[in-house]
Ligand binder design. Structure first.
Ligand code: UD1
Ligand code: UDP
Length: 364
């Protein structure tokens, strides 16, 4: 029996861990899964709401660390997790993605000599200005089992000198969650609630510090949105970081002056899935949404200069536009004028990654 300590903290961790936890629960003779929530995200709309929607059991332990600077947040998670891991003595610690909770948990585990499995290993943007890039590099450097979503991730790890024995290409576990919930999302009433017609609006999210923590850059992106919403309604699900910055920079009046821009709180998974899967195109700087749009063949304009998920561009429907308003408008208008990016579904983005992940942990 393997005691597996599964770690979640921020919103995207939940979509990645839900299928892994479900698969472990199907193997009660082999796994005793224990769920720890660090409390990095804590609003109902950023965390609590997803547990019931995605069938994730209530966390066994919530560290309640909350927000803070990188050092404060990472430090608080590490201090609290060391106590938890020392008491529970898990056989494996499972972390996912690239948030502060991921890196903090991996560091604590490795120093306690507990093996670490990293779900979504090997992604690299090659942009060390991104906090997530540091989290990815550190987590992969200490993890014992590197579970990759795409072949480029394997190559990145090999190039960094990682022992190939530690690498296992399992495919994209976020797409497991997508497949499981596609038909359920049809019951969502979001399109009626927002008075939207299928294919006749854009969905948008924005939360990268590089876009929202700089007033000039954020105002520039909003000026592009202002022009876009004159041609097609835009639904903007506003992340709490972004909401705070918009208020701090005095940009909310600019937003409210846009007649066809619809602002929403962060949406539940099913509402958001129904929203973007029926949209004309998606504007985002999210990592996960670049993948989900590729899996569904929805055009995606990514408001970043680079991506750690290049397969969404080389094989999928994703295009990088950066944060220059002129480039954003050009890319969006090209799609509205009928130039739709063609894409195919990447290898092993097939809805069965969690089975391969849990098999790999069992074997290891
Ligand atoms: C974090 C991750 C990022 C991920 C994103 C997903 C890191 C370094 N960043 O960014 O990789 O893409 O989550 O959404 O781990 N806040 C609330 N309520 C909440 C959570 C946050 O109001 O429930 C506000 C706080 O003011 C907080 C700010 O949002 O300071 C930022 O939260 P934080 O978790 O530090 O980073 P994110 O920007 O959410
Ligand atoms: N998401 C959601 N509601 C929203 C916006 C996003 O459920 O209002 C989902 C999205 O479909 C994806 C995940 O949240 O599954 C991505 O998380 P986020 O963009 O916060 O983080 P990132 O992937 O950039 O780390």
């Amino acid at each position: 029996m393997l005691k597996a300590l599964n770690i979640v903290g921020a919103r995207p961790n939940l979509m990645k861990m839900a299928p892994v936890i479900a698969e472990m629960r199907l193997r009660p003779d082999c796994f005793e899964p224990i769920l720890v929530h660090t409390g990095q995200h804590y609003d109902e709309s950023m965390s609590g709401a997803f547990f019931e929607e995605l069938g994730i059991p209530a966390p066994d332990i919530n560290l309640g660390v909350g927000s803070g600077s990188h050092a404060e947040q990472t430090g608080r998670i590490m201090i609290a997790l060391q106590e938890v891991m020392s008491e529970i003595k898990p056989d494996w610690v499972i972390v996912a993605g690239d948030v502060n909770s991921t890196m903090a948990a991996a560091l604590v585990a490795v120093k306690l000599h507990i093996p670490v499995a990293h779900v979504e290993a090997g992604l690299r943007s090659r942009d060390r200005g991104m906090p997530e890039e540091i989290n990815r590099i550190v987590t992969d450097a200490v993890a014992d089992l590197l579970l990759t979503p795409s072949r480029d991730a394997d190559r990145n790890l090999i190039n960094e000198g990682v022992d190939p024995e530690k690498i296992c290409f399992v495919g994209n576990v976020m797409i497991d969650t997508l497949h499981r919930n596609l038909s359920r999302a049809n019951d969502s009433t979001i399109l009626d609630r927002l008075v939207l017609q299928r294919g006749k609006y854009c969905a948008m999210t924005l939360h990268r510090p590089s876009n929202v923590d700089d007033k000039e850059i954020l105002a520039g992106v909003l000026s592009a949105i202002s022009a876009i919403q004159e041609r097609i309604p835009v639904v903007f699900s506003v992340h709490p970081r972004t909401r705070n910055r918009l208020e701090e920079f005095g940009l909310t009046a600019m937003l409210r002056s846009m007649e066809k821009l619809i602002l929403t709180e962060p949406l539940g998974y099913l509402d958001f899935l129904q929203l973007y899967s029926n949209s004309r195109l998606v504007l985002t700087d999210s990592g996960g949404i670049q993948e989900e749009t590729t899996a569904l063949g929805i055009p995606c304009i990514t408001l970043r200069e680079n991506t750690e998920r290049p397969i969404t561009v080389t094989e999928g429907t994703n295009r990088l536009a950066g944060s220059d308003p002129e480039v954003i408008k050009r890319e969006v208008f090209a799609i509205l004028d009928g130039i739709t990016p063609a894409g195919r579904i990447p290898e092993l983005w097939d809805g069965h990654a969690a089975v391969r992940i849990v098999d790999a942990i069992e074997r290891a």
